[in-house]
Design a protein around this ligand. Structure first.
Ligand SMILES: NC(=O)c1ccc[n+]([C@@H]2O[C@H](COP(=O)([O-])OP(=O)(O)OC[C@H]3O[C@@H](n4cnc5c(N)ncnc54)[C@H](O)[C@@H]3O)[C@@H](O)[C@H]2O)c1
Length: 270
């Protein structure tokens, strides 16, 4: 689908991959880009994108992506005569810990915290799924209002969501919640792709490897340089702009269905 002239939104857009994707969508000619994030730095992020583009295209929205009324408000504020047609739900969190940890002093085993597991599922699995569903809903209603029925290949693609998975979707030590959420996105994206195709809407998934963002900065000191780097055939961290370029290529090329592995050749880690 051509990005030029479309309304897009990106969550997690104050930082890292989301920020790079929002910038790239503006460069590709999106008419408006909703930049969504929990932190108030989303306002400065939108200003920075607009300064670089010399155009007021980026619109900041500060809120929690797991809040359904916030989600509905963002979609309703962004739409005009046309609905949001591009969604990149990139907000995500790490809450890493071993699934079961034995306390050697007292011999008791502790399980991964259940509330933390639910929080990771809400942010990393339910949010990308529901923000994509909200886009599909807006396009479906728009088509119904103009008496357009089932999409036909004679029309342009009507919308596209690119969901951000992870190489951890293959399972990874210390990431029982994160890897479960990212793995679930494979099934969610396939399901939404099949259901959305009735309206000409595509949903795809990209699985990045280690990308140089604040999320990777949370890894223990030296872990990437001393241990992980040697596992990555390209022998370096991936840059957020490289993921952003790939995401926009996935949006613009209707024959890419995903999953796309953007991992520099990293083999499964388990
Ligand atoms: N960095 C990597 O190596 C890497 C690898 C694979 C996948 N990913 C995925 O890419 C996506 C972006 O990660 P990143 O590395 O850019 O991380 P990041 O920490 O730089 O950015 C994540 C952003 O999401 C926002 N966010 C978190 N919870 C939120 C909430 N509840 N509501 C609204 N915003 C919220 C944060 O404020 C932050 O700005 C995530 O889904 C992550 O799982 C990252």
């Amino acid at each position: 689908m051509i990005v030029q002239g479309k309304i897009a939104l990106v969550t997690g857009a104050a930082s890292g991959i989301g920020n790079a994707v929002a910038e790239r969508l503006v460069e590709a000619g999106a008419r408006k880009v909703g930049v969504v994030d929990l932190t108030d730095s989303v306002v400065a992020a939108a200003e920075q994108i607009n300064r670089s583009a010399d155009n007021d295209v980026a619109i900041p929205f500060q809120g929690d992506v797991t809040d359904s009324s916030f989600r509905q408000q963002v979609y309703s504020d962004l739409k005009d005569h046309d609905p949001v047609r591009i969604c990149v739900p990139a907000a995500g969190i790490l809450r890493d810990a071993m699934a079961v940890k034995l306390n050697k002093e007292n011999g008791k085993a502790e399980l991964y915290d259940e509330d933390r597991f639910r929080q990771v599922l809400e942010v990393n699995l339910m949010h990308p799924t529901y923000w994509t569903m909200q886009m599909i809903a807006g396009i479906a209603e728009h088509r119904a209002a103009s008496d357009s029925g089932k999409w036909s290949a004679a029309e342009d693609i009507q919308g596209c969501s690119v969901i951000i998975g992870s190489v951890s979707s293959r399972g990874n030590r210390g990431q029982v919640s994160y890897s479960s959420a990212k793995s679930g996105l494979n099934a969610a994206s396939k399901t939404l792709n099949v259901e959305g195709s009735f309206y000409g809407i595509q949903t795809k998934i990209i699985h990045p490897g280690f990308v140089q963002t604040p999320m990777v900065d949370q890894l223990p000191d030296g872990l990437f340089e001393d241990h992980l780097r040697k596992l990555v055939p390209i022998d370096r961290l991936i840059q957020p702009a490289e993921i952003a370029n790939t995401v926009v290529a996935m949006i613009e090329n209707p024959i890419i269905s995903g999953p796309v592995w953007a991992d520099g050749g990293l083999p499964p880690m388990t």
